[in-house]
Design a protein around this ligand. Structure first.
Ligand SMILES: [Zn+2]
Length: 258
């Protein structure tokens, strides 16, 4: 039925937030303490919706607990705090796979059409384009514990998920003619090129150098910076800050002091 999802989500938003979830939230995700009171209440509602709807899977023998579920949900939901209409809420997310710690994957590097090199790579997390987010639990906790270092695995991987759902970086690549998207495409595209140039000249950058990998990584990295180093980002990259403020409909520079 049309609108049923939104109706159901709005009901879950009003559910009382259990005490044990509350302790986990404030202990593991110190970011929450810096949010204005109204946003903290909204976050708890969003976490309830997230935990009602989204599927988690423990990998490599990891037993899922409320601590794991709430800590991940809280950070994924911080990205969504600006959203008013809950008819859409990580709808393409199929499953969150959680490993106890960084995991090793077998990779294939294709050098040309004949020679394929196989190797292994250690990963903290990843987001697949068909809606699976993979996270290492130890890295989730590490990312949440320091809210000012600009490194947060859950923000990073869920930014990829949002990019996949909303096509944020596709719009940069395609330079859509729509005027609203055009300024997004122009600013994000220019800032990406500025990062590449700065790194080429061996300059220090506020935006982590991993963002130079490609546009999708750039978007994930600037998301981490926007939420954890908002004041520096606003000072050094005001146009980019404005675009992210518009995208996330949040203004963390007004409450996250760093
Ligand atoms: Zn990434």
């Amino acid at each position: 039925m049309f609108g049923l999802k939104k109706w159901r989500r709005n009901r879950w938003m009003k559910r009382p937030f259990p005490d044990d979830w509350e302790s986990i939230l404030y202990q593991n995700v110190p970011y929450v303490q810096h949010l204005p009171a109204k946003m903290q209440t909204k976050l708890k509602g969003l976490i309830t919706v997230f935990l009602k709807e989204k599927t988690y899977e423990g990998c490599a023998g990891l037993e899922l607990t409320d601590e794991i579920r709430v800590t991940i949900a809280a950070q994924a939901c911080i990205l969504m705090l600006g959203v008013d209409d809950l008819s859409y809420f990580y709808d393409e997310l199929r499953s969150i796979l959680v490993y106890p710690e960084s995991y090793v994957v077998k990779i294939k590097n294709r050098h040309d059409s004949f020679f394929v090199q196989e190797g292994f790579q250690k990963r903290h997390g990843e987001a697949w384009s068909h809606g699976n987010v993979v996270l290492a639990w130890d890295e989730v906790k590490k990312g949440a514990s320091d809210i000012h270092d600009g490194q947060n695995l859950v923000f990073h991987e869920f930014a990829h998920q949002l990019d996949y759902e909303y096509g944020a970086t596709n719009q940069v690549e395609d330079q859509y003619e729509d005027s609203q998207f055009l300024s997004w495409a122009r600013v994000v595209g220019n800032e990406y090129k500025k990062l590449l140039t700065a790194l080429h000249k061996n300059q220090q950058t506020l935006i982590d150098s991993y963002g130079a990998t490609n546009l999708a990584e750039f978007f994930a990295v600037i998301t981490e910076c926007f939420f954890e180093k908002p004041r520096q980002l606003k000072n050094e990259h005001p146009a980019l800050y404005e675009q992210l403020k518009e995208f996330y409909k949040q203004d963390p520079a007004s409450y996250i002091k760093s």
